[in-house]
Ligand binder design. Sequence first.
Ligand SMILES: NC(=O)c1ccc[n+]([C@@H]2O[C@H](COP(=O)([O-])OP(=O)(O)OC[C@H]3O[C@@H](n4cnc5c(N)ncnc54)[C@H](OP(=O)(O)O)[C@@H]3O)[C@@H](O)[C@H]2O)c1
Length: 223
Amino acid sequence: MATKLVLGANRGIGLAVVEQLCAAGETVVATCRSERGGLDQTAARVIEQIDLSEEQSRQRLVSELRDSPPDWVLFNAGVLSVEQLGTLDEAAEANIRRQFEINALAPLMTIQALCPLLAVGSRIGILTSRMGSMADNGSGGYYGYRMSKAAVNAMGRSLAMDLRDQGVAVALLHPGFVRTQMTGNRGDIDPAQAASGLIARMAALEITNSGRFWHANGEELPW
Ligand SMILES: NC(=O)c1ccc[n+]([C@@H]2O[C@H](COP(=O)([O-])OP(=O)(O)OC[C@H]3O[C@@H](n4cnc5c(N)ncnc54)[C@H](OP(=O)(O)O)[C@@H]3O)[C@@H](O)[C@H]2O)c1
């Protein structure tokens, strides 16, 4: 049976995706860093100590997956910090760099590492945010988060083109404004609602609609 892989899944939206896939009887592999969080209550195979921003972790992930290559990959891991113009000190600069590393560079390097395992018909979803949209930015601020999510959007477009001949489809997915640790539990929806939308978008993903930017509710978003 094909394997579904959720990267960065011990809490929030990633955990909700794993819970729903497992409840549907799918074969699921989930990764986490140090904390297994809610993953212990699921039937997923958990690969621990995977920091997706580190090359060593990514190599170990690939070797752990060799016997069960995924045909469905969701890059969920992400970080957010808040920076304000006028107070961009060294700490803010480090936070901006960290958001680039995890939100934009880590998905690119992880997917490149996984590519040799992916067969024709595989699907890749990348969690981005409408905060990375130029057209949707009506309030400013959030320098590192917006810049890193804009960068991952650019990356996902290139990836969709570069993987087309390999028969692998790519979607950039905004989950909605979701009540998780990242948002201080503020938001319009719970992780479970975001997860069911994301799973539906992944089910609808194919080569003919690869490289698009979707809200989990099915709306196509402006870049
Ligand atoms: N919540 C929203 O409203 C919202 C809106 C738009 C987009 N998103 C995006 O949706 C995704 C999930 O967000 P969330 O709200 O569920 O956030 P969350 O509750 O803060 O969860 C973030 C997840 O990312 C993992 N992670 C962070 N850095 C990592 C790294 N270097 N390596 C591996 N895993 C790492 C965390 O693991 P640890 O526990 O080890 O830190 C955690 O599992 C993110 O990409 C976020 O940008 C969320």
